[in-house]
Design a protein around this ligand. Structure first.
Ligand SMILES: [Zn+2]
Length: 527
């Protein structure tokens, strides 16, 4: 099956599977006409439709769901990760060269970043040479810094481009230190052209498509990416060749006109995303009410990057302009700041305007019951990452190490949020965690805190419909007739409902992803 735009007038009947609408829970078949869902129903009715359609696809028991929405991603950083051939866990020089060669093939001539080698861990006991990098990369540009970052090996192409040979610290085997190293590093960074960046963005979107994701929310900003990067990301999303993109731009504004002008100039859905109230727990920069537990520093409560007044001004300006505002907030003191700022904005411009503008908060990992209630009243959406709990939650996890078990145990209270009427959208913060929608649902269903677990259906709705609603689109994310044909097909075992998500269960694998009628990932029928 070739991928590409659907020719007009194309109708396809998918039958013999399980179509999870979720409004028609027992459906086994679906008709797609051009870029829309035309019909969803059962096998009996499907038999009568088979003659009238252009194509019939036998699903062979596969599960069909709406395509997922990842509500927090960084696309070019995700693509940058694909450029990286990490040598940190490589056990020999030979394996290092094979890793670089695989990256060079994947990158098709684009520069390869291969950090993290330590010759002391390898039986060969030495670093790669420029000649070896040249062979592994088919003559491409390779920058391979040692684990400590103070020296590197570079390929001949990078040596020539950077002029590293003319600087102190050059050796003829391609090892560079001091000025030669800096010249090579600067040249490598500068060599990431717009074409490379666009290729990275496309690679990231392909990764999302392969994970059954049909829409991502890009979180860009002046401190995270650039306006040029943001424009490329939005253009890639609009091309129709992969997942759709809605963009958020993290820049503070002080008045209504600036909010409207900035959002419209950049094509941003909101002035939101990673507009940082604070940092992260891992790096001890999340803003906390009490000090970090693993430091002997009673004064270290993390970092607070914005004041209540700044939050209030930004939210008031955006509310008046009808633009979504939002912030990255992780710590409990950070949550206090953002809630006080939102409430102050509501006092200034009216609660109705604040609620109508549909503001959102990213992460919101440490918020108490009264904070959740206040945010629900303010009409705020929480854009959360269940994988964070799976990776770092629990009594022996990183959060407990930083905060102590008791404070960590109340983190990521997703079920409490839902019960209080807070709207939720799920995401990965890719590249922080990989594109993996079923893993996110499973992480929530199996939350470390049993009181915060929910049904698979609740988590599924948050990862589909919830992601659209978080961007102010209230009628997307299901497979009802008339909806855009944005869906994924999964091998999900024998199920007539959502798959088994019990701990250790094999999660569904993507067979096909279709976005607005166009197949953007396809393994259906491949053995
Ligand atoms: Zn982020």
């Amino acid at each position: 099956m070739s991928s590409g735009p659907t020719p007009p007038g194309t109708t396809t009947l998918y039958r013999g599977g399980h179509v999870y609408g979720p409004t028609e829970p027992l459906a086994t078949a679906m008709v797609v006409a051009d870029d829309k869902i035309a019909w969803v129903g059962t096998e009996d009715a499907a038999a009568g439709l088979a003659d009238g359609v252009g194509h019939v696809v036998d699903l062979g028991g596969a599960l069909v769901t709406p395509a997922f929405v990842d509500a927090h991603v960084h696309l070019s950083a995700t693509g940058m990760g694909l450029r990286s051939a990490s040598l940190t866990d490589v056990h020999s020089l030979q394996e290092a060269l094979a890793t670089i060669e695989a990256a060079a093939r994947r990158r098709a001539g684009r520069p390869v970043y291969a950090p993290g080698w330590d010759e002391r861990d390898w039986p060969e006991g030495r670093a790669p040479t420029a000649n070896e990098l040249d062979r592994a990369s088919y003559g491409g540009a390779v920058y391979s810094p040692r684990v400590d970052g103070h020296s590197a090996v570079i390929s001949s192409a990078l040596a020539a481009a950077s002029g590293a040979r003319d600087h102190p610290g050059w050796s003829d085997n391609g090892l560079v230190t001091r000025e030669a190293h800096h010249a090579a590093r600067d040249s490598f960074d500068a060599g990431i052209s717009q074409a490379d960046r666009r290729a990275d963005i496309d690679a990231a979107l392909s990764g999302a498509a392969a994970a059954g994701i049909g829409l991502v929310h890009e979180c860009g900003g002046p401190l995270l990416s650039s306006e040029a990067d943001f424009a490329d990301v939005l253009e890639a999303g609009a091309s129709g060749k992969g997942p759709q993109v809605i963009g958020y731009w993290a820049e503070l504004v002080g008045d209504e006109d600036s909010a409207r002008a900035l959002a419209s100039r950049l094509g941003a859905r909101g002035l939101a995303g990673d507009l940082n109230i604070d940092g992260s727990i891992g790096s001890r920069t999340a803003s906390l009410r009490e000090p970090y537990a693993d430091l002997d520093d009673p004064a270290h409560n993390g970092n607070a990057y914005l004041t209540v007044e700044q939050v209030c001004d930004h939210v008031a300006a955006c509310s008046l302009a009808g633009v979504q505002a939002g912030f990255h907030v992780i710590g409990d003191a950070g949550a206090d700041t953002v809630i006080a700022g939102l409430q102050a904005a509501a006092a200034k411009v009216g609660m109705a305007r604040v609620v109508a503008a549909h503001h959102r908060l990213e992460h919101l990992e440490m918020v108490d019951a009264s904070g959740v209630k206040a945010l629900a009243e303010l009409g705020v959406t929480a854009s959360v990452q269940p994988a964070f709990d799976a990776y770092w939650g629990g009594p022996d996890g990183m959060y407990a190490a930083r905060l102590g078990r008791e404070r960590a145990s109340g983190m990521n209270p997703f079920a409490s949020m839902i019960e209080a009427g807070l709207a939720l959208a799920l995401g990965t913060d890719s590249p922080v965690t990989p594109f993996a929608p079923w893993e996110a649902i499973s992480a929530w269903v199996n939350h470390h805190d049993p009181a915060q677990r929910v049904s698979a259906r609740t988590a599924f709705v948050a990862h589909t419909v919830g992601g659209w609603r978080a961007a102010g689109v209230d009628d997307r994310g299901s497979l009802d007739p008339g909806q855009p044909a944005s869906f994924a097909i999964w091998s999900a075992g024998d199920t007539t409902n959502l798959p088994d998500l019990s701990p250790g269960a094999t999660l569904p694998a993507t067979l096909r992803t279709v976005i607005r009628g166009r197949t953007v990932f396809d393994r259906l029928g491949a053995s």
